[in-house]
Design a protein around this ligand. Structure first.
Ligand SMILES: [Zn+2]
Length: 298
């Protein structure tokens, strides 16, 4: 497991609104080394990435996210069942119970989003899709009921994600995590007031669609993320991603738009706070557990 070198620090601080730090915390011993979540946050702060949204993908990682955010000032949490997990839970008869746990976690302090949820037609076949739709709609309802932002995972399912949001009504703050559409879709999302979160994929050579989307989306709808440990930006593809790589993607985006890095960082920081609220405005629980919750597979 190798990490890219630290990029030069940003002069204006920004946030990584989608990362999975539990991978480092839960690493079985003997595996190639992933950054511990504290190291990952320290390195991020050192280059101007002042906070992250830690995203759960199942009940265990969502619980970890809520517990860690409660005691870590640089972390807010998002909680959800990943769309690719919904069919299996449905087959096991535990999807509703899992959704109820997600709703309980969604009401914890410093949990500011429901996600990642959505539709994934790349990894889930026809048979699993009804469960995926059911789970997506349940997450949308949880976000609306508790006034939280929604983080959407949309893989090869643009039309169905959009039509679902329009049919049931999107939460007030809706984010397309790792936006993967084109300029037409970007315009449509912006008209609905939805946010587009750009990941390292925007730097990929074959991703002209993402750069066209970036060009047309209003600046006040742009967010940035790593989705680390995945999706490392060019020229470091093949290495492991971490939140400290945000400056690399941000500089690429600023260059592409022809604006100074500091301006784009300021705009994105303000957009991010508009979606999730401030990282500082809710005290971290002094009595939060100091022990890491155990690895669910240990
Ligand atoms: Zn993710």
């Amino acid at each position: 497991m190798t990490y890219p070198p630290l990029p030069e620090a940003l002069t204006v601080g920004v946030y990584d609104n989608h990362t999975h730090l539990e991978h480092g915390a839960w690493q079985p011993s003997g595996e190639p080394e992933l950054l511990d979540y504290r190291e990952a946050l320290d390195l991020a702060s050192s280059v101007g990435v002042k906070g992250v949204v830690q995203v759960g993908t199942d009940v265990a990682s969502s619980r970890w996210s809520a517990q860690m955010a409660a005691r870590e000032p640089r972390m807010l949490a998002a909680v959800a069942i990943h769309p690719n997990d919904a069919p299996e839970l449905d087959r096991a008869g535990t999807l509703d119970a899992s959704l109820a746990e997600i709703e309980e976690l969604a009401q914890r302090p410093r949990v500011r989003a429901v996600g990642e949820t959505g539709l994934d037609f790349f990894r889930t076949d026809e048979a699993g899709r009804p469960a995926q739709f059911y789970s997506f709609e349940a997450h949308i309802e949880i976000a609306k009921k508790h006034g939280l932002a929604l983080q959407i995972h949309d893989r090869d399912a643009h039309d169905e994600v959009i039509s679902t949001l329009l049919r049931v009504g999107a939460p007030e703050r809706t984010v397309f995590h790792c936006f993967s559409g084109d300029a037409t879709m970007a315009r449509l999302c912006a008209e609905e007031g939805w946010y587009l979160s750009f990941a390292g994929t925007v730097t990929f050579k074959n991703a002209a669609n993402l750069r066209e989307a970036l060009e047309v989306v209003p600046r006040d709808r742009i967010l940035i993320e790593t989705d680390s440990p995945y999706l490392t930006p060019t020229p470091h593809r093949g290495q492991t991603n971490a939140s400290y790589m945000i400056p690399t993607t941000l500089r690429f985006m600023a260059d592409h738009l022809g604006v100074p890095d500091s301006l784009l960082a300021a705009v994105i920081a303000s957009n991010t706070e508009a979606v999730y609220g401030s990282w500082d405005d809710e005290p971290v629980l002094p009595d939060a557990p100091s022990e890491l919750p155990p690895h669910p597979l240990a």
